[in-house]
Design a protein around this ligand. Sequence first.
Ligand code: HEM
Length: 348
Amino acid sequence: MKVSVAAVAVALLAAAAVLMTVPAPAEGSGHHLKVGYYDKKCRGVENVVKYHVAKAIKANRKAGAALVRLIFHDCFVRGCDGSVLLDPTPANPHTEKTAPINIGLAAFEVIDEIKAAVEARCPGTVSCADIVIYAARDAASILSNGHVHFDAPAGRLDGVVSLAADAQRDLPDSTFTIEELIHNFKRKNFTVEELVILSGAHAIGVGHCSSLRARLTAPPSQIVPAYRNLLAGKCAAGPDPIVPNNVRDEDPAAVAAAFPSFLKKLRKVKDFLDNSYYHNNLARIVTFNSDWQLLTEKEALGHVKEYAENGTLWDEDFSDALLKLSKLPMPHGSKGVIRKNCRCVSHY
Ligand code: HEM
């Protein structure tokens, strides 16, 4: 068959038109993320991250909990784009990390240290957003003795927008009711079950007394009075002290004085990531109102009981939920870059 040049041109134009109407994959949509993304671009980067996370946790176990919180606070606000890492500047004085809801957020120096090591190895290649995910994954793995683990896909870009108001709008508050918590997670496409699974992260780390103020006057149906007294005593010790999220990490003297029946359950190794949160919750010895709220709704309560009974299931489901969290995309059409310094956008 003979085909004229004009016919070929028309066919090509038609094909081009079809291609142009196929929507390009949304920027940062999560679909482009790949396990082993840096295998060729920056060989060994995941080992570098793991080395620095292990070192930081060895020096101070609290860094591990802070890294696990960071993945949540980064990904729930404008997707996993490292926007939580940006320091305030005169041009943008209210970045996410200045939001009241981000009280106590930490481990930024650990991210800086990792970034510096990675930049020395492969300049301008690995995003801060991916470092946050790898670091949280490794911290969760180390604090759980390897029970929490997953392959983390990468290829995220760093956002250039960071607003305290976005963090305040998107992150859940410890004063929330169960309805507000469910709604907050639903907005990000997370189920009631995933709300319960992810809340289990409160087995580790610390909270400020200002984040649990309401618990100090809550009735015995919501908090064991001996534990409430213990918290009240510790919270009277300064303007806004911190307390361990997990009662088994409490200091022995305070427990001996206020909650002696719990003394035998204290642990030497603190911040161990397991399903103890669910046992504590059913026993009404958790720190935040938002934790207790999980007992007030049928489905959520069912899952609290399920994970109290089955620690292995929680390890697996928590790993899956962190992985899902790590895929939250940037808003459609957002600009993405690879920052040189995770704390500022001016250096890319
Ligand atoms: C369900 C809604 C949640 C609420 C209302 C909530 C609230 C809080 C609050 C108020 C603190 C203490 C902050 C302070 O006073 O310093 C905290 C700490 C923490 N949260 Fe959550 N959180 C939630 C979910 C999560 C999730 C999904 C994760 C991670 C998967 C997480 C991980 C942590 C960790 C690890 C800490 C301790 C941080 C540290 O010791 O540095 N939280 N959370």
